[in-house]
Design a binder for this molecule. Sequence first.
Ligand SMILES: *[C@@H]1O[C@H](CO)[C@@H](O)[C@H](O)[C@H]1NC(C)=O
Ligand SMILES: *[C@@H]1O[C@H](CO)[C@@H](O)[C@H](O)[C@H]1NC(C)=O
Ligand SMILES: *[C@@H]1O[C@H](CO)[C@@H](O)[C@H](O)[C@H]1NC(C)=O
Length: 132
Amino acid sequence: GRFNGSSCLFDEFEPISGVYWCKGEAGEKSEEVNITVSDKEVILEIPALPVRTGSDVTLRCKNKIGGTAAAYFYFNGRPVGPKSEKNITINVQQSDEGLYWCAPDEFGSSPQSFLRVRGQNTDITSCLKPIC
Ligand SMILES: *[C@@H]1O[C@H](CO)[C@@H](O)[C@H](O)[C@H]1NC(C)=O
Ligand SMILES: *[C@@H]1O[C@H](CO)[C@@H](O)[C@H](O)[C@H]1NC(C)=O
Ligand SMILES: *[C@@H]1O[C@H](CO)[C@@H](O)[C@H](O)[C@H]1NC(C)=O
C-alpha cells in the first residue's frame, strides 16, 4: 500500500486479504486483524478488532449495494436462532469467540469471520483501525 501520514491506503482492486497489524514508533505492536476481500453476494458485518466481554455486538448480513439482507446467522457451524433475521445482537461472553457467517434466504452465504473476545481486565493496545 501507500503511506499517508499514519494511514496505509490500498487501491480498490488490489487483492489485499490477509492478516494486518501496525507498529508504533517505539516498536509497540497492535492487535492483528484478518481482512478478507470477497466478491460473494453477501458479507457479514462484524467487529474486526477484539470486543470486551459484556459489550453488545450487532451482526448484519450486507449485500453488494450495502443493504441489509434477512439471513440465518451461524456460529461455529451451528445456526444462531430458529429463523432468519435482519440482525442479531449478542451480549458477548468469552464463549462467543469463534467463527461467524450468515446465509440469506435467497442465495449463498458470506465468508467466515472470526470474532475475538477479551476479558474486562486485559489491556488492548491498538492503533489499527480498519475501514470496513
Ligand atoms: C492524505 O492525507 C491528507 C491529509 O490528511 C488528505 O488531505 C489527503 O486527502 C490524503 N490522501 C489520500 C489519497 O487519501
Ligand atoms: C485469521 O484467520 C485465520 C483463518 O481463519 C485464523 O486461523 C487466524 O487465527 C486469524 N487471525 C486473527 C488474528 O484473527
Ligand atoms: C435489527 O433489525 C430490526 C428489524 O428486523 C430493527 O427494528 C432493529 O432496529 C435492528 N437493530 C439494530 C441494532 O440495528
